[in-house]
Each structure stands twice: as structure tokens, then as C-alpha cells.
Design a protein around this ligand. Structure first.
Ligand code: TYD
Length: 208
């Protein structure tokens, strides 16, 4: 179903710089003449963007972890149907700022121990893994000060605090070990240029 496209995801804790890196990789690939769709989760299609507003705004106790899993999965299903699969079928490179690994770590490990539930729903409703995943690793204290400084009104998850971000960090590192073929851990504490060079070189090796 995926044609000849390549599906790439960026993952990491809040404020890790993954969005900047996703954009930089997209620009690099576009400059070679290849068509790229840069997208994000939660969101990435009109329906999923509507669900995003429910998820990222409001009080931390607005939703239980179980309800979050359902909302993130509903948003992902729409994103997959409307944006990701059509682009891959057309042979494009799809770069998503977050995907299913975020649910595995945020709802499966850090918010609650619900990894089995996350996996069950993923198998039934999504059933697709990226070809390549970059986990941008970063000290939570440094990342949190970056993230909150943005003050975007979408801070619901960032407001869970430092120990939550620490759980996320180790969750992402564990996850990278569970999917070693596709996951590459990148040190995000270096400068933007240095990190994007590391990302590009892994992508180029993958494409060969
Ligand atoms: P995002 O827009 O990527 O925020 P940031 O740019 O700060 O990384 O994602 C919004 C929040 O939603 C973020 O705190 C992570 C959280 N999230 C989950 O908890 N589960 C998920 O499945 C996804 C995709 C995101």
C-alpha cells in the first residue's frame, strides 16, 4: 500500500528540537528534487488537527491517559488515511514530527503503564511503522526551559513537569532499543547544524 515512498519520523521529549530537525531534513531532501511532505502529530490532516486542539490545550487533568490513547489513535488514523498513505503511494518522502512512538512513551510509560493497551489499538487501527526514526535525545532540564519559553498555549504536556520529562527520556531510549533497525538516537544537545548533519548522514546511508 505504501508505494515507493519513505516514511520518516522524529521523536523526543518536549523542547528537544525535533521540529527544527524535521524541517531541516525536509529542506535538505527537497533541494535534491525529491517531493517531501512534512507533517506532524497530533494533527497532519484537517480532522486530526481538530482533535489536536482537544489534546494539547487545557488542564493537565482534562483527559485520563486511557482517553488520551483513544484521541491520539483517532487522530493518527485520520492522518494516516488522508495524508501519510496517499503521499507514500505517490512515491513521496513523508516526514512526521511525532508518530506512534510518542503514544508508546507518553501514554504507555510516562502518563501511565498502558503500553499493552497502546500496542493493541496500534495493531488494530494503525498497523504501520516508519521506515526510519530519529530519536532526538536531550537533557530534560535544558529542554523544558526551551519548551516553556515558547508559551504557545499548547503546553498541557509540558506542564506535567521535570520528572515526567525524565520518564519520557528513558522511555524513548528504551524504545530505540526495542526497534533497533529503524531507530537512531541523536544527541540533541549539540548545535542545530551539527545535529542536522548527523541526521542527514544517517538518511543518506539509509537511502543507498
Ligand atoms: P507536539 O506538537 O509535538 O509538541 P512539542 O513541539 O512540544 O513536542 O506534541 C504535543 C504534545 O502531545 C507533546 O507534549 C507530546 C504529546 N503527545 C502525546 O502525549 N502522545 C502522542 O501520541 C503524541 C503524538 C503527542
Amino acid at each position: 500500500m505504501s508505494g515507493n515512498g519513505i516514511f520518516i519520523t522524529f521523536e523526543g521529549i518536549d523542547g528537544s528540537g525535533k521540529s527544527t530537525q524535521a524541517r531541516a531534513l525536509a529542506d535538505n531532501i527537497k533541494s535534491t528534487g525529491q517531493e517531501v511532505v512534512l507533517t506532524r502529530e497530533p494533527g497532519g490532516s484537517p480532522g486530526a488537527e481538530a482533535i489536536r486542539c482537544l489534546l494539547v490545550e487545557g488542564d493537565t487533568d482534562r483527559w485520563s491517559p486511557e482517553t488520551e490513547i483513544l484521541l491520539f489513535t483517532a487522530a493518527r488514523r485520520d492522518h494516516l488515511e488522508r495524508t501519510i498513505e496517499p503521499a507514500l503511494a505517490a512515491g513521496k518522502v513523508v516526514i512526521s514530527d511525532r508518530f506512534a512512538d510518542s503514544t508508546r512513551v507518553y501514554q504507555g510509560v510516562a502518563r501511565a503503564e498502558l503500553r499493552q493497551t497502546v500496542d493493541l489499538l496500534h495493531d488494530r487501527m494503525i498497523g504501520r511503522e516508519p521506515d526510519l526514526t530519529f530519536v532526538i535525545d536531550m537533557d530534560p532540564e535544558a529542554a523544558l526551559s526551551r519548551g516553556l519559553a515558547r508559551n504557545s498555549g499548547e503546553d498541557r504536556f509540558e506542564e506535567f513537569g521535570l520528572s515526567f520529562q525524565q520518564k519520557l527520556r528513558s522511555g524513548f531510549l528504551d524504545l530505540a532499543k526495542q526497534f533497533p533497525e529503524r531507530c537512531h538516537v541523536i544527541n540533541g544537545s549539540h548545535g542545530v547544524e551539527e545535529v542536522s548533519k548527523a541526521v542527514l548522514s544517517i538518511f543518506e546511508t539509509f537511502r543507498k
